[in-house]
Design a protein around this ligand. Structure first.
Ligand code: NAD
Length: 240
């Protein structure tokens, strides 16, 4: 199998775990991230996904190198600064929307022509349970993630008959540097983790590979009749 999967944010957390998994399944992988992953045998483009021209150049190079781009995982994301909405600066607000939402839209728009040329493809967008039910003090992040749900469903409807599927996953909390950073800035780290765990029916947060496994399934032909779905991977977070 020489299908190529483009992953954003593959240098840490969920994306890192996903790339390892994809390599073990025989896919070729391209990682787009701000920093290198340190993973061997993949191609990397280092830069900011909210910069349209950077993405345009990356896709041009991917196309001219003749990759068979089959999958796209829009995974890179940042969390909102932990403060009340009225205290956030214009830059704080813009950054979250630019990376989480616009970065995803930009890259998808640039990769779609390659997928359409192949007549087969799978797009997986990484949202969050917070995009579905909101969370305290998390308005901008929630807005960026809930927008991904509408974006994904529209992609699915538009391209279903052209061989391209699109799904969005809603992870609960996951043990990654994104959460570690939030934990470190909280007054009591262990109370922070305990409270996060308690939001899930399973009373724990996820390991990155538990999310990566579902993404890999959605990329593969095992999910050939699944498109336009929003799939919680959340230890029962949304069931409560
Ligand atoms: N960790 C969680 O609890 C959790 C829960 C639900 C959803 N998510 C979502 O899962 C995705 C992955 O999160 P994670 O926890 O693995 O985060 P992480 O911080 O561990 O990794 C994110 C990666 O994205 C990269 N990145 C950030 N901004 C970028 C940009 N502008 N351009 C290119 N790369 C950029 C970072 O360098 C990093 O390698 C995010 O979209 C996040 O919102 C995470």
């Amino acid at each position: 199998m020489n299908e190529t999967i483009v992953v954003t944010g593959g240098s840490s957390g969920i994306g890192y775990s996903l790339i390892k998994m994809l390599l073990s399944k025989g896919y070729r992988v391209i990682n787009i991230d701000l920093k290198p992953s340190g993973i061997e045998n993949i191609t990397e483009f280092l830069g900011d996904i909210s910069q349209y021209q950077f993405l345009k150049n990356a896709i041009k190079s991917i196309e001219s190198d003749g990759y068979y781009v089959y999958g796209l995982v829009n995974n890179a994301g940042i969390s909102q600064r932990s403060d009340f909405l009225y205290n956030l600066k214009e830059d704080d607000i813009n950054k979250v929307i630019q990376v989480n939402l616009l970065g995803t839209i930009y890259l998808t728009s640039l990769i779609l022509p390659l997928m359409l040329k192949n007549g087969k493809g799978s797009i997986v967008n990484v949202a969050s349970v917070i995009g579905k039910v909101g969370a305290y003090n998390n308005e901008v992040y929630a807005a960026s993630k809930s927008s991904l749900i509408g974006f994904t469903k529209s992609l699915a409807i538009t391209y279903a008959t052209k061989g391209i599927r699109a799904n969005v996953i809603l992870p609960g909390y996951v043990e990654t540097p994104l959460i570690e950073k939030a934990a470190k800035s909280s007054p009591d780290e262990s109370a922070f983790y305990k409270e996060l765990a308690s939001r899930h029916a399973m009373q724990r947060i996820a390991r990155p590979e538990e999310i990566a496994r579902v993404i890999e399934f959605l990329l593969s032909d095992d999910s050939s009749f699944i498109t336009g779905s929003e799939i919680p991977v959340d230890g029962g977070y949304l069931a409560r």
